[in-house]
Design a protein around this ligand. Structure first.
Ligand SMILES: Cc1ncc(COP(=O)(O)O)c(C=O)c1O
Length: 414
């Protein structure tokens, strides 16, 4: 362990210069295959891989789709940041999501999920698992209420056993809060009813490991699109899943079959980016608080869904305070009017960039209904709080006055 604070782990965990000729920074191992010392060594390496034993730093690699040194370094660092025993990294957040679901779900089973969920996750569940594998996704109305979660579970169990609870908190893009410990409690109740405990997977993309640690709150697996805050520069895609070794190891094996591993250069870039993640996240969160305050006071804005504005005394605020060390820097707001007003504002922006994604150094903004949630049917989208007036903002690390100035002039044109 390179230290116990996130800032120190982010810089040093997973890499020891002494094991790499003293190179201060990780070399990139650009190779697809690894030469065995002899036939017996080859046999031992395959035996280790099959038994789930990771290669040593300088020994036991087979082929880069299975394992490679840069991937082990990155997995070690992300696992430490997530407070996990083990981690598997993938070539995108969606590769992590689809591989996890493929590993955990069997035909005829069901999945409980919070609402809204990321459009890609919604697509995998409703357009792949439901029609192809007869796995029923059931949304939970109120992810802060035990009765509501149990009601959804009853519907799900009529179809088949609940094998996964997919929790996205805060939600994309409404910043809705789900109570992770409550899902863990309900998992215990379901275990008594159906003879098997569902696996709780939390999508931690919106806040990332510097602000929220789902495994410490009762989740079994923590999934993160590293594309966002960890990558941090909007120039690469990656994903991770962390948790106990027994749950992560089958994922690594499935990743080998699917070929969804992250390549050496991608791992190296990600290790480099993670070093500054705590600094970037802190600055972006400060900017976001200022931008959210500006929008909340603006006469053309109907509502701001910023986790920092949760009402004192509300259930959501109590759970937020227990789960999160901050509100992050991505949130949504509703402009007064609908799509025409939203489009006029977006088209007038000069500094902010009109793009999907989040967690980059630059501020990104998009109209959720016609971009990130385009493929989610209107009825399901609106039930989840994503309307034609909803605009998502990922605040970057620029100067806050320039972000607010650009929003000010764009709103004047609405
Ligand atoms: C909450 C959330 N989960 C998962 C993903 C998917 O990650 P990726 O784009 O890296 O595949 C995204 C992407 O926007 C996301 O916002």
């Amino acid at each position: 362990m390179a230290g116990k604070h996130k800032e120190t782990i982010a810089v040093g965990q997973g890499y020891d210069p002494a094991a790499h000729h003293g190179a201060a920074k990780p070399p990139i191992y650009m190779t697809s295959t690894f030469v065995y010392r002899n036939a017996q060594h080859a046999k031992a390496a395959h035996d280790d891989y099959t038994a789930g034993r990771s290669p040593d730093l300088d020994d036991g690699y087979i082929y880069a789709r299975l394992d490679h040194p840069n991937m082990l370094m990155l997995q070690d660092r992300v696992a430490a940041l997530d407070g996990a025993e083990a981690c598997a990294v993938f070539n995108s957040g969606m590769a992590a999501i689809s591989s996890t679901l493929l590993s955990l779900l069997r035909p005829g089973e069901s999945v409980l999920h919070t609402r809204p969920i990321y459009g890609g996750t919604d697509g995998v569940l409703n357009n792949l698992f439901l029609p192809v594998h007869n796995v029923l996704p059931v949304p939970v109305e109120n992810a802060l209420d035990e009765v509501s979660i149990l009601a959804a579970a009853e519907i799900a169990m009529r179809h088949g056993p609940v094998s996964v609870m997919w929790v996205e908190t805060p939600a994309n893009p409404t910043a809705g809060i789900a109570d992770i410990a409550l899902f863990a409690k309900v998992a215990g109740i379901l275990e008594a009813k159906q003879g098997r405990r569902p696996i709780i997977v939390v999508d931690n993309t919106f806040l990332g490991p510097t602000v929220q640690n789902p495994l410490a709150l009762g989740a079994d697996l923590c999934m993160t699109s590293l594309t966002k805050y960890a990558g941090g520069h909007s120039d690469m895609l990656a994903g991770s899943v962390s948790g106990k070794f027994a749950l992560v190891e089958p994922l690594r094996k499935l990743r080998t079959l699917l070929g969804t591993h992250l390549d050496p250069h991608g791992c190296w870039l990600m290790l480099r980016s993670i070093e500054t993640m705590p600094l970037r996240a802190e600055r972006a969160a400060r900017n976001a608080a200022a931008v959210a305050r500006f929008l909340a006071a603006h006469p053309k804005i109907a509502h701001v869904n910023y986790a920092g504005f949760l009402a004192e005394g509300s259930a959501a605020k109590a759970v937020f305070d227990r789960q999160c060390r901050g509100a992050g820097s991505t949130f949504a707001f509703d402009i007064k009017g609908g799509e025409p007003e939203a489009f006029r504002m977006l088209d007038a922006l000069r500094v902010l960039r009109l793009a999907v994604s989040l967690g980059g150094t630059e501020t990104l903004i998009c109209h959720s209904a016609t971009t990130t949630h385009f493929s989610v049917p209107k009825e399901r989208r609106e039930a989840a709080g994503v309307t034609d007036s909803t605009i998502r903002l990922s605040v970057g690390i620029e100067h806050e006055d320039d972000i607010i100035g650009d929003l000010t002039q764009a709103l004047e044109r609405v």
